[in-house]
Write a protein that binds this ligand. Structure first.
Ligand code: NAP
Length: 235
């Protein structure tokens, strides 16, 4: 399979890459993040651990249209067959609507919504032509309800969920599956320094396992939504 994962240098994105990379048959991965050193290191690590894979690390800022265009151009130089697209890249600045810094909403919408929207739109024609593929949009439980310090992040994730739901309806006749992934807290770099008890929240691999399972159903089945929370509930 040809698998594109945004924001895959660490965290959930890397975990999702790892679980697919462990497949015996080997896949081609196109992974992106802004920090090219970290991205290269991740690609080298995964390539070493899973020699059957082919890792293409392409630095890209999903909030930047030119950068997204360049990313897609590089993918298309290698293949125009996209089997799995995971729109995972995202940022989280805690805050509240009434007091978060000016521009917080814009920044978060640019990465968390526009990134997925524009990348997907560039790739859809190739997927629609062959009537196949599976798109996972990494939303959040912050897409479902307001919560303390959610602010602009929660707004951007509600919007991403709206995008994903519309896409699901549109893509039915094209045989393209769309899955909205709504995780609660899962331990990644975004939690480092927070003093969180790692046993209280999920592992990144928990989310990756659900995505992997959803990608392996019969062609006629589509998991529309994955809601996954820590056993003790949200923090
Ligand atoms: N962890 C959780 O508890 C949790 C819960 C619900 C939803 N989520 C969602 O899951 C996704 C991944 O979160 P995470 O916790 O794994 O975060 P993370 O550990 O901070 O990793 C984020 C990844 O995205 C990349 N990235 C950030 N901004 C980017 C941009 N503009 N363009 C391209 N890549 C970018 C980062 O690399 P660079 O910084 O080098 O670009 C990194 O590879 C996010 O959408 C997040 O909202 C996470």
């Amino acid at each position: 399979m040809n698998i594109i994962i945004t924001g895959a240098s660490k965290g959930l994105g890397k975990s999702i890459a790892e679980i697919f990379a462990a497949d015996k048959q080997g896949h081609s991965f196109f992974i992106c993040a802004r920090n090219s050193n970290e991205l290269e290191n991740t690609a080298k690590e995964l390539q070493g651990r899973f020699p059957r894979t082919s890792m293409h690390a392409i630095a890209c800022d999903v909030a930047d249209r030119q950068s997204v265009n360049g990313f897609v151009k590089q993918v298309l130089q290698i293949t125009d067959r996209i089997d799995v697209l995971v729109n995972n890249a995202g940022i989280f600045y805690p805050g509240s609507v009434h007091n978060e810094a000016e521009g917080t909403l814009e920044k978060m919408i640019e990465v968390n919504l526009y990134g997925a929207y524009h990348l997907t739109r560039l790739l859809l024609p190739y997927m629609m032509k062959v009537k196949s593929g599976h798109i996972f949009n990494i939303c959040s439980i912050a897409s479902l309800a307001a919560y303390e310090n959610g602010g602009a992040y929660s707004i951007s994730k509600f919007a991403l969920y709206g995008f994903s739901k519309n896409l699901r309806e549109e893509m039915k006749p094209y045989n393209i599956k769309v899955t909205h992934v709504l995780p609660g807290a899962a331990y990644t770099d975004s939690w480092s320094g927070s003093n969180i008890d790692t046993a209280r929240i999920m592992e990144a691999a928990d989310v990756a396992k659900m995505i992997y399972a959803a990608a392996h159903l019969s062609p006629q089945a589509c998991v529309e939504e994955i809601i996954i929370r820590p056993q003790l509930g949200d923090l």
